[in-house]
Design a protein around this ligand. Structure first.
Ligand SMILES: Cc1cc2nc3c(=O)[nH]c(=O)nc-3n(C[C@H](O)[C@H](O)[C@H](O)COP(=O)(O)O)c2cc1C
Length: 183
């Protein structure tokens, strides 16, 4: 058996992605195959700020750190940097409207939103699955985004056993969770 047989047939290449930026729509489509949860990053100076983000992952267990990536064009990024801290709100399946609301350019993103300030001074949105208070440990410019690595200084998990909001192929979804896998 040669190595090609062991590997099996190559999957068909549907679209190629160029390195010159010309194929950016394909790159977006490629990344949209990766399903993720959705978070709203928040902070507060005189007023609250919040922005919807898909990019979110655990960066380190000891110390506990998470990472997220915010566009350099973001009007909220300077608020995170000047506060030096931000909150993470992990959205529940019934909060797709909030994900849209915290991504809009115009209007008051906080209109009709129930929230309270965490002890660290970050807005916690009611109904979220979990909240984290992060100190910005590192911010790194890479391409057209800035990666924020946040040390998690405080956190809480909601009591309710709600399902998470899932973002996949440009749309919001509710996962079918097998009750045997619940923890
Ligand atoms: C589902 C979804 C995921 C998003 N993920 C990100 C993200 O990971 N990073 C980012 O900078 N913007 C992301 N955005 C866009 C922002 O929510 C927001 O629209 C944009 O940054 C402009 O707002 P701002 O000027 O307050 O940052 C996402 C939007 C949506 C709807």
């Amino acid at each position: 058996m040669n190595s090609k047989t062991q590997m099996g047939p190559s999957p068909p290449v549907v679209r190629s992605v160029g390195s010159d930026g010309a194929s950016m729509p394909d790159f977006r489509q490629l990344l949209s195959q990766f399903a993720s949860g959705i978070v709203v990053l928040t902070t507060a100076l005189e007023v609250p700020f919040g922005v919807t983000c898909q990019s979110f992952f655990s960066q380190s267990l000891n110390p506990p750190c998470i990472a997220t990536s915010v566009s350099k064009k973001s009007s909220t990024l300077p608020q995170f940097k000047s506060a030096g801290h931000f909150g993470v709100n992990v959205l529940a399946a019934d909060q797709a409207d909030l994900a849209t609301q915290f991504a809009r350019k115009d209007g008051d993103r906080w209109e009709g939103v129930n929230w309270e300030l965490s002890p660290a001074g970050n807005p916690r949105i009611s109904g979220a699955l979990a909240w984290m208070d992060c100190r910005i440990m590192v911010d790194v410019e890479a391409g057209d985004h800035v990666m924020l690595i946040g040390e998690v200084l405080d956190a809480a998990i909601a009591d309710a056993q709600e399902h998470p909001l899932i973002f996949f192929r440009g749309g919001f979804h509710t996962p079918l969770i097998d009750s045997r896998n619940r923890q």
